[in-house]
Design a protein around this ligand. Structure first.
Ligand code: CMX
Length: 149
């Protein structure tokens, strides 16, 4: 990776959905994706599923379905504000979260968390505020050494 590169690849695209089982049924039965991983993240207020293909290459982006655990969670509020499901975030994979966050802060971007939190499969995650990223909520993820998915 060139010194200038901050990101490894698009890790996933996050879709806010009202009902996880219904969204999984649509994406598997109509679109042919497969469920690679499913978990509940209480801290983020979501029940989520990661979708991919039968021969998922590690650097092929996945689809993340995000359903709210409560109406007043981040995804619950997003669904209410946007009038239903849709694309909530774009997630870039990084090798060194602390270094990338420091670089982005130096460049004037607001990171939502002072320290990374725990995301999908035990990854370290942080977010760039959408107002500092062209109107797109950017998640950053550093996968664990031994990923759970
Ligand atoms: N994409 C683009 N713009 C967004 C957005 C999104 N997902 N969410 C909010 N915004 C915009 C709003 O439309 C609003 O714009 P206007 O002021 O022009 O109307 C502005 O951002 C509001 O910003 P805010 O008042 O600072 O905050 P919100 O209460 O809307 O929350 C955010 C926004 C990014 C702070 C919140 O969504 C957040 O904390 N996200 C990170 C955590 C998260 O998304 N968790 C769920 C996923 C978990 C996972 O991926 O594992």
């Amino acid at each position: 990776m060139d010194n200038q590169d901050l990101f490894i690849c698009i890790d996933h695209v996050g879709l806010a959905v009202s009902n996880l089982d219904e969204a999984i049924a649509f994406h598997t039965e109509k679109l042919g994706w497969r469920v690679l991983h499913r978990e509940t993240n209480e801290e983020q207020g979501v029940e989520e599923a990661m979708l991919g293909t039968g021969e998922q290459h590690p650097e092929n982006a996945q689809i993340q379905l995000l359903a709210p655990l409560k109406d007043d969670s981040t995804i619950g509020k997003w669904l209410a504000r946007n009038g239903g499901p849709g694309m909530q975030q774009l997630c870039y994979r990084v090798a060194d979260m602390d270094k990338v966050c420091a670089t982005l802060r130096e460049r004037g971007l607001r990171l939502l968390y002072d320290e990374p939190k725990v995301g999908t499969g035990g990854a370290r995650i942080n977010f760039v505020h959408p107002k500092d990223a062209g109107g797109v909520l950017l998640e950053l993820t550093e996968p664990p050494a031994n990923p759970a998915h």
